[in-house]
Ligand binder design. Structure first.
Ligand SMILES: Cc1cc2nc3c(=O)[nH]c(=O)nc-3n(C[C@H](O)[C@H](O)[C@H](O)COP(=O)(O)O)c2cc1C
Length: 218
């Protein structure tokens, strides 16, 4: 199959070594930021925060969060052009949802008289909230939609990336406490350009299950 979408998705891969000299342009960063912002989420909850590690100072702080574990990902902290910390809100309240519904109305997407009806959609969040107010399983699922959207966006832009669950949520939580504002980061995405000749994962064929194993058409 030779559709551009399929070529992009075949070409994208998980980079294992970055060229620290190569930077993502600010034009591409602007596209990436808009793509994140435009990600879909259940009931348009957008229960997330994205912290972009761009400066050398921020990279050093991120590098420090690998002190205890997942050191195999640590080189990306400094060598990748940028890393995005994708964080979910573990306590997504009705008050926070109201801010999204406000945006529904001000954007012109939702007629003002339908405000209360849209607020009723918070039932989806409630159904995923425990007695302590925790709904992180549900909000984390929304964050992964943004991750998938980002992976495809980067594929189209020809920018390499590394999704990383191999990050230390606890240390990231401490180091970036102010920026995360109560959100939890359990996955990050390093982005940039692979180092020629040093990235063992570059140029290999895709390893995926057969179509029939994963897709059933009825
Ligand atoms: C949610 C998620 C977490 C991942 N965590 C890591 C990681 O911590 N380090 C790493 O090198 N690769 C990580 N990967 C990369 C996967 O191993 C990789 O996507 C998979 O083997 C498919 O290969 P491809 O991305 O090259 O197509 C992760 C991928 C995803 C989607």
């Amino acid at each position: 199959m030779s559709h551009p979408i399929i070529s992009d998705l075949n070409r994208r891969y998980t980079a294992k070594s970055y060229d620290a000299e190569k930077r993502i342009s600010q034009d591409d960063m602007a596209i990436i930021k808009q793509a994140i912002r435009l990600s879909a989420s259940s009931i348009n909850s957008q229960p997330w925060k994205f912290v972009i590690i761009e400066s050398n100072e921020a990279k050093a702080r991120f590098h420090n969060t690998f002190a205890n574990k997942h050191q195999f990902n640590q080189p990306h902290a400094k060598a990748a052009s940028h890393t995005i910390l994708l964080a979910y809100d573990p306590m997504f309240t009705k008050e926070k949802f109201a801010k999204r519904v406000d945006a529904e109305v001000t954007s012109g997407h939702l007629p003002a008289e339908m405000y209360d009806m849209f607020m009723g959609a918070y039932a989806f969040a409630e159904a995923n909230t425990d007695e302590t107010g925790f709904n992180g399983h549900w909000t984390k699922a929304q964050v992964y939609i943004a991750l998938g959207n980002l992976l495809h966006t980067l594929a189209r832009l020809g920018i390499d990336s590394t999704p990383m669950e191999g990050v230390d949520a606890e240390l990231i939580g401490k180091e970036f406490k102010d920026e995360l504002d109560g959100h939890v980061c359990e996955v990050a995405l390093a982005m940039g350009y692979h180092k020629d000749g040093e990235d063992y994962n570059h140029g290999l064929p895709k390893a995926r299950l057969a179509m029939d194993d994963v897709i059933t058409t009825l």
